[in-house]
Design a protein around this ligand. Structure first.
Ligand code: NAD
Ligand code: UFG
Length: 338
């Protein structure tokens, strides 16, 4: 009996594969390596000492999925595979809708044919748009997304909800991640963005390691305590653990469940810089720039539901997030290419 992890070679996927193996699960990964490399999984194997069955496969490829389902005894799927760059999605909307939405439709259709009706889906706090209130509970209404990537998540949530409503044999857990950061404490796996990082933490790390000259802080005139954007950063290992907890739940015939995975605490951009500097002892030069289009002032979770129903809560704080991000970046200045 194995768990299929789509996108398992990626940032969150590789950390989740590691935690799944530590929890005793057999793992099968399907990834087309469009935004990752095999090295991540080789390193997971080196950490856990356990083999991972890997298929270089695209979730849009029915035959490839059928081959996996024919060869492996899959009981549930954790579905990470997808394109995730906000800016790229604005430039290439059709690619994003095709890959993320059509890919998921093919995946769930093939799962259904096999009678495998347990799925955990990677959603995002982005579906709340500019949130109606903070801290954000799962009851907060979904909002207007500012980019096609966000819409793929919002639409896929609806598709999975409709699927589960039509066929209650499905167990669907939707996990809405806040801002994943950090890396495994070994420093052997971590986030390896292509080109210039879009997200704050990898940008800070690359400035610190000397690959980039300074951080641009996008706006200091938001309605927040210091004027810079506030987000709920969550350690990727905590996030991975949330999937292990969700997997236990999905096998209890839960029907449909939606959980926020965040810490419940928001930090501003400048607080992130200060914490990173104090934890690592490395200076991060920055300059205040104009707001980034589509950004919101503040976004942080109320994560009480995951605590009550999954017995999950974030264990790591801002210090561990910064220390582990730096440990990974300084040991692997060029990511998996180093
Ligand atoms: P990632 O890019 O590191 O991992 C995604 C993986 O999916 C990659 O390994 C990529 O090669 C693979 N992939 C993409 N399209 C595929 C396809 N058609 N077939 C097979 N494999 C495919 O991204 P991540 O940060 O690990 O994110 C994982 C999931 O979580 C994504 O769905 C993402 O949208 C979602 N998410 C991420 C964040 C974040 O800030 N990192 C926040 C919220 C939600
Ligand atoms: N920021 C900067 N400079 C940078 C990068 C970011 O000042 O170089 C600021 C942003 O303006 C924002 C904060 O840092 O205030 C966090 O920005 P990120 O890009 O790291 O994260 P976002 O909250 O904008 O978006 C992320 C993912 C989305 C996901 C969302 C919610 O990129 O895909 O979290 O999960 F949808």
């Amino acid at each position: 009996m194995s768990i299929l992890v789509t996108g398992g070679a990626g940032y969150i996927g590789s950390h989740t594969v590691l935690e799944l193996q530590n929890a005793g699960y057999d793992v099968v990964v399907a990834d087309n390596l469009s935004n990752s490399s095999r090295t991540s999984l080789e390193r997971v194997r080196d950490i856990t000492g356990k083999e991972i069955t890997f298929y270089e496969a695209d979730i849009l490829d029915r035959d490839a999925l059928r081959n996996i389902f024919a060869k492996e005894k899959i009981t549930a799927c954790i579905h990470f595979a997808g394109l995730k760059s906000v800016g790229e999605s604005v430039a290439k909307p059709l690619e994003y809708y095709q890959n993320n939405i059509a890919g998921t439709l093919v995946l769930v259709d093939e799962m259904k044919r096999q009678g495998i009706k347990n799925i955990i889906f990677s959603s995002s706090a982005t579906i709340y748009g500019d949130p109606a209130f903070v801290p954000i509970t799962e009851e907060c209404p979904k909002g207007i997304c500012t980019n096609p990537y966000g819409w793929t998540k919002s639409m896929l949530e609806q598709i999975l909800i409709d699927m589960q409503t039509a066929d209650p044999e499905w167990n669907v857990i939707i996990l809405r991640y806040f801002n994943p950061v950090g890396a495994h404490e070994s420093g052997m796996i971590g986030e390896d963005p292509n080109g210039l990082p879009n997200n704050l933490m990898p940008f800070i790390s690359q400035v610190a390691v000397g690959k980039l000259p300074e951080l641009s802080v996008f706006g200091d005139d938001y309605d927040t305590p210091d004027g810079t954007g506030v987000r709920d950063y969550i350690h990727v290992v905590d996030l991975a653990d949330g999937h292990v907890k969700a997997l236990k739940k999905v096998s209890e015939n839960v029907g449909l469940k939606i959980y926020n995975l965040g810490t419940g605490t928001g930090y501003s951009v400048l607080e992130m810089v200060k914490n990173f500097e104090s934890v690592t002892g490395v200076k991060v030069p920055y300059a205040i720039k104009a707001r980034r289009p589509g950004d919101i002032a503040a976004c942080y979770a109320n994560a009480d539901k995951a605590k009550a129903e999954l017995s999950w809560e974030a264990k790591f704080g801002i210090k561990e997030m910064c220390a582990d991000a730096w440990n990974w970046q300084s040991k692997n200045p060029n990511g998996y290419g180093s």
